[in-house]
Design a protein around this ligand. Structure first.
Ligand code: NAP
Length: 479
């Protein structure tokens, strides 16, 4: 598989089973070196309309569930075979450290495999229709029918597996897809399309359109042939799309400012290891990176004493180096935004315990203390390698502080006792509550999604398929 070693070769869009030039292109640059890693044909509104047409056309010849499953299994197998090349592509275009990119590629194998399993057992239910007198002499059952063409928009930070979380369930559900990948990371999605083609996915079932986000987004919102829009990315863009798409289903997977609560009886070795890993992996650019660390006041000194050496041991540098833990953030504007939020917090009294500076032009993993709730490093999603350690006196106070955010994706508590764990599970207003595990923890079959500004749906093949199918009731009379 070509990775990105020939950046001058044009990467074409994938539309109606053809690889197409559009007459326009844009460059994808390495977030680490700034070098061009790919030149990609740019799609716009016209290609989006053609892609919807081809998706609708494809769905006129439905694939039976067993074929969907066979194709998904084959895609999974090809992903496994090409795992190394795909990981290198993710690393090149996203700047994701190779070891994290390999984990993403391996997870995508599972996402397709799990979706194949769901396709084989996709079913409705038998309805106890004779439970009231008028139902006598009838039988009834439901079937799950594909909702229709799916529009999918994905972010830069998991360019393979977050595409997988939309495409694999859509195919399992019997829906064709028009995908708009992030402009910073379109190549992984194009490589995936090539594997789908090789796996025997007929034309039109997947269309991949890197290009003008607002234009393509508008078509996906306005064209009524797209029956569901599934979006993963920032809250601002996601809720904006939803507000304009009143007549279709819109599924949103958005941001977070993930909190953890560390109780007085917590395992310090475990909780500090989790913070060192999950506040900083991929330079903090996952939607569930640990950002706010609420630590029982009596523990703070010991907690920091264990955390700091682990953070300082993280290797910062070239993402293509197998030993690197943290590479660059995605682009200069984001680097500058994170830097500005840090400087603002420091000017307002926050203290840098470690980090705050650069190494090879990259932001070092940074731990702050002395932050207050209104500082941006605490109140907004930082999406960078920065976390804040904040002392608390009572569990109620910690839970209230953790909840004092517009977001609600995943949160954690570290404790050895059942009572605070149960109170946190009940009191943390998040889509998932982890006990003695990081909020970044995810396996691909679990229901994953947030409340409040973080979204309105759950992803995970079985849950997404439910969203991407409609329940049809069938009633048989005259019995
Ligand atoms: P983003 O800026 O919102 O971009 C996401 C996608 O939306 C990209 O494909 C982007 O295209 C597209 N887009 C931008 N403006 C658009 C518009 N007006 N209409 C239609 N599409 C538009 O987010 P990002 O920076 O890539 O990703 C980071 C965010 O994603 C963070 O907030 C993170 O928390 C969130 N996230 C959430 C999850 C989850 O599962 N909950 C997972 C990962 C990331 P262009 O690239 O062409 O601009």
């Amino acid at each position: 598989m070509a990775i990105v070693e020939a950046p001058t070769t044009l990467e074409r869009i994938y539309l109606a089973g053809e690889w197409i030039e559009t007459g326009e292109s844009f460059e994808v640059r390495s977030p680490y070196t700034g070098d061009v890693v790919a030149t990609v044909a740019r799609a716009g509104a016209e290609e989006a309309r053609r892609a919807i047409e081809s998706a609708e056309q494809a769905m006129r010849e439905p694939l039976p569930p067993w074929r969907r499953a066979d194709i998904l299994e084959r895609i999974s197998q090809l992903l496994r075979e090409h795992g190394d090349g795909l990981a290198r592509t993710i690393c090149a275009e996203a700047g994701k450290p190779l070891k994290a990119a390999r984990v993403e590629a391996a997870r995508a194998v599972n996402t397709y495999r799990l979706s194949a399993g769901e396709a084989r057992r996709l079913t409705g239910e038998s309805i106890p229709i004779a439970g009231t007198q008028p139902g006598e002499g009838h039988a009834a059952w439901t079937v799950r029918v594909p909702i229709g063409v799916i529009g999918a928009i994905t972010p830069f930070n998991f360019p393979l597996n977050l595409v997988a979380h939309k495409l694999a369930p859509a195919l399992a559900a019997g829906c064709a897809v028009v995908l708009k990948p992030a402009s910073q990371t379109p190549v992984s999605a194009l490589r995936l399309a090539a594997l789908c083609e090789e796996a025997g996915l007929p034309a039109g079932w997947l269309n991949v359109l890197p290009g003008r986000a607002a234009e393509i987004g508008d078509v996906l919102v306005e064209d009524e042939r797209v029956r569901m829009l599934t979006f993963t990315g920032s809250a601002e863009v996601g809720w904006g799309l939803r507000s304009r798409a009143s007549r279709k289903k819109v599924a949103l997977e958005l941001g977070n400012a993930s909190p953890i609560v560390v109780e007085p009886d917590a395992d310090l070795k475990l909780s500090t290891s989790k913070v060192a890993t999950h506040a900083f992996s991929f330079a903090g650019q996952t939607c569930v990176s640990i950002q706010r660390v609420y630590v029982s006041r009596e523990l703070v000194d010991d907690f920091l004493a264990q955390l700091v050496p682990k953070v300082e041991a993280l290797r910062v540098g070239d993402p293509a180096d197998e030993a690197t833990d943290l590479g660059p953030v995605i682009d200069r504007p984001n680097y500058e935004r994170i830097r500005a939020w840090l400087d603002e917090a420091i000017a307002a009294g926050a203290e840098v315990v470690t980090g705050g500076n650069e190494e090879e032009g990259l932001l070092r993993p940074t731990v702050l203390t002395g932050v207050t709730p209104e500082m941006k490093v605490c109140s907004q999603e930082i999406f960078g390698p920065v976390c804040s350690v904040i002392p608390y006196d009572t569990l109620d106070e910690a839970l209230a502080a953790a909840n004092a955010t517009e977001y609600g994706l995943q949160a954690s508590i570290f404790t050895r006792s059942i009572e605070p764990a149960v109170r946190a599970a009940a009191g943390l207003e998040f889509g998932s509550v982890m006990i003695n595990e990081a909020p970044e923890w995810r396996v691909d079959q679990m229901p994953y999604g947030g409340t409040k500004a973080s979204g309105n749906t759950k992803e995970g093949p079985a849950y997404t398929i439910r969203e991407m199918t409609e329940e049809r009731l069938v009633v048989l009379g005259g019995l």
